[in-house]
Design a protein around this ligand. Sequence first.
Ligand code: GLA
Length: 353
Amino acid sequence: MSALFSELFAAIPAAVARAPARANLLGEHTDYNDGFVLPTPLPYLTTVALGPGPAGMIEAHAARFGETKTRALDAPPAGDWLDYVLGCVRVAMQEGAAVEGVRVAIDSDVPMGAGISSSAALEVATLRALREWLGLEIDDVQVAKLGQRAESGYVGMPCGIMDQMVSSLGTPGQALFLDTRSLEYRLLALPANHALAVVHSGVAHRLTDGGYRQRRSECEAAASALTVKSLRELDVADLPAIMALPEPLNRRTRHVVTENRRVLDGVAALERGDAVEFGRLMVESHASQRDDYNVSLPEIDALVETALKHGALGARLTGGGFGGCIIALVEDPASWWPAVAAEHPAARLVYPR
Ligand code: GLA
C-alpha cells in the first residue's frame, strides 16, 4: 500500500490502516431499533494509506476501480465511493482534526454488493488511518460511531452501528455479542466442530435502495404507535398488542422483537456449546426475515433450503437483505459446498476463502 501511495503521489504515506468485512450470525435489522446483534469479522480487508494533500481538497485513488478522483473537502456527496472516505474526513474534522488537504490510496479485496459491509470496512480503515496520522484521541468504539455518522450523515444511508462496531472491535474467529443501545459487547467462541460458511447468492444487494430506509421508518412508526422510544423496549410478552397494529407494522415489529430474543437465546446456546440449537435459531431467523420483515428474495430462500437439505444445522440471509449472502452453520464446508454449488450455479462461496 505504501508503494501504491508513493507511486501515485510521489510521497510516503503518513499512515496506513486496514479493517475487515463482516457477516452477521443472528440479529438482523435490530441495530437501528436499539437491539442485539451477533456479527463476526470476515478475512477480507480494506487498506487505506493517506497523507497531506492540496489545501481544501481530497485526492483519492481506488485500486479496485483503477480510478483517481479529486473533490473539495466541503463538496456535497456525489453518490460514489469517494463519499465514504470524504464523509470520514469530514466527521474527523468536526471532531477537531486539523486537515488542510488529504491524499488517499485505497485497496480492498472485500467483495462489493455481497452484503458483507465493504462500506464499514472502508470507513473504519479510513478513520484508523486518520487517527494514526493526526494523533486523534478516539478509541475503537468512537471510530465505529464516527464511521456510522459518516455513512448516515454524509453518504445518506441511514444504517445502524453493527457493521462499524464489528469491523472496529471484532476478533476473527469469534462472535461479537453487542447491545446496540448501551454499546456493551462481549466476544464469544464460535461452535466447536462446526464451521460458518458464507455464500453469495449471485444477486447483488444495494442498501442505498429504498427498502432499508422504508423498514427503518416502519419501525419508527410502530414504536411511536406503541409509545416506546424504540422497539427494543418490547418483548415477546407484548406480542398481543404488537399484532393489533396495522399491517405491515405488526409483522415488522414481531420480527424485531423475536429476533432480539433469538440473539439472546443464541448467545446462551453458544455458551453451552449447543450448535444444534444455534442452527435452529438461524432457521427461525430466516423465516422471520422472509415472512415478517420481507427482506429476502426467492433466490435466497431457495439457497437457504438447499443449504439445509445438504446438512447445514442452520442457514439464513445475512446483512441488510434484498440480495447478498446467506450464512450457514455446517460440519464440513469442503464436502457441503460442492453439493450446494451444483444446484445454484450463480452462487459463490465467500467464506471459508
Ligand atoms: C446493514 C446496516 C446495518 C444493519 C444491517 C441489517 O448492514 O448497515 O446497520 O442494520 O443492514 O441487520
